[in-house]
Design a protein around this ligand. Structure first.
Ligand code: NAP
Length: 348
């Protein structure tokens, strides 16, 4: 993306990309203009974005119907350029990131805040400049680069919400993380950071080796061991894990319910696996008195709490590959291929 063509404090013209149709290839360059800043508004120069599986769903019309054209991508990090007259928490030069749902500041999720998700309900971050309300931004940890910080808003915060805010994870507990994508690797890192033990799965032996190198105690190939839940039960000496970070959805929920201990906790996060019509998950969930919690990313307050923990532990996001903005379609296709390990990032 070339530099902005104007630097007026009233309105800035900038380069962006827009999804114009429900098709991965229908992402085209566009020139847009910022609105003049309101009192609580903050103008941010976006420096990096990251991709989530959800961006593939949005771009192919499998998320929810949205208004097109729409600037894609929810996750970004950048630098404050200018602040409105009533802004108190941010100054020009500060490094920031917008929350996935810009309207979810704290408390419970609501129908209104769900509509404020970047890259779907409102324009996303694949652009040079964006204006955010002060309440929707967080400061990014000093030790992280813009590329690293851009991986946090969706994948890391979802894992944090599932395991820490909701799951009340404790040191010594056992966490099952499924696959080696963005959410799952953050879940593993947050679990290890909290003193928990991790059992990780993947479809690739090479990725399993990398998961072990990152600290997983046990790894299982879910392709070559289709009954992987039995292996989880064996590894936990019949007890089951304390938490499952469930990214497969209806296709894996029965296996997760078998893997979890009596009274254990499942964070229901993703829908990656083909649904299994013969699944008997309801019976397992009920008879094991499982705490099943749907997770939908997190609030600004959760994001702030997570960043404090990251700062203390200096957790490093795992970035697989960094693309240039003009290669956004290639970046999405790379993610679609499933070759990635951790996060795919786009530089602006
Ligand atoms: N609820 C929320 O707020 C929320 C937030 C973020 C993401 N999500 C959802 O969570 C899921 C993961 O998102 P992501 O962005 O982390 O995706 P991602 O980075 O693309 O990760 C996908 C990885 O999951 C693994 N996988 C695929 N099919 C699997 C299966 N049947 N069983 C176990 N693992 C499987 C694969 O790992 P291997 O290559 O190692 O096999 C794949 O590379 C998606 O469904 C996404 O929509 C939900």
């Amino acid at each position: 993306m070339s530099a902005g063509t104007s630097t007026s404090t009233k309105s800035i013209e900038y380069a962006a990309y827009e999804l114009t149709n429900y098709d991965l290839t229908a992402i085209a360059p566009a020139t847009k203009k910022t609105e003049p800043l309101g009192p609580k508004d903050i103008l941010v120069r976006i420096k990096a974005c990251s991709l989530n599986y959800r961006d593939l769903l949005v771009a192919t019309g499998r998320y929810r119907k949205i208004q097109l054209p729409r600037v894609p991508l929810s996750d970004g990090a950048g630098e404050v350029v200018e602040v409105g007259s009533a802004v108190t928490s941010f100054k020009p030069g500060m490094r920031v990131s917008p929350n996935f749902m810009t309207g979810w500041h704290g408390g419970l999720i609501s129908p209104e805040v769900v509509q404020t998700d970047l890259g779907a309900g409102v324009d996303g971050v694949l652009r040079q400049y964006a204006v955010f309300d002060e309440c929707s931004l967080v400061k990014i940890p000093d030790y992280l680069s813009f590329e690293e910080a851009a991986t946090l808003p969706c994948a890391a915060l979802t894992a944090w919400n599932g395991l820490i805010e909701n799951g009340n994870l404790k040191a010594g507990e056992v966490v099952l993380c499924m696959g080696s994508g963005g959410v799952s690797i953050f879940a593993m890192q947050l679990a290890l950071m909290s003193g928990a033990e991790v059992i990780a799965t993947s479809s690739s032996d090479e990725k399993l080796k990398r998961l072990k190198d990152l600290g997983a105690s046990h790894v299982i190939n879910y392709k070559t061991t289709p009954d992987w839940e039995k292996e989880v039960v064996r590894l936990t000496r019949g007890r089951g894990v304390d938490h499952v970070v469930e990214v497969g959805g209806a296709g894996t929920l029965e296996k997760s319910a078998i893997s979890v201990k009596l009274g254990g906790h499942i964070s229901l996060i993703g829908v990656l696996a083909e649904p299994n019509p013969k699944s008997n998950h309801a019976v397992h969930l009920l008879m094991k008195a499982v705490k099943l919690q749907g997770v939908f990313v997190g609030s600004v307050e959760m994001y702030q709490r997570m960043n404090r923990a990251l700062e203390v532990h200096k957790l490093k996001p795992v970035i697989d590959k960094v693309f240039e903005a003009q290669d956004i379609v290639e970046a999405l296709r790379y993610m679609q291929s499933g070759k990635h390990f951790g996060k795919v990032v786009v530089k602006i």
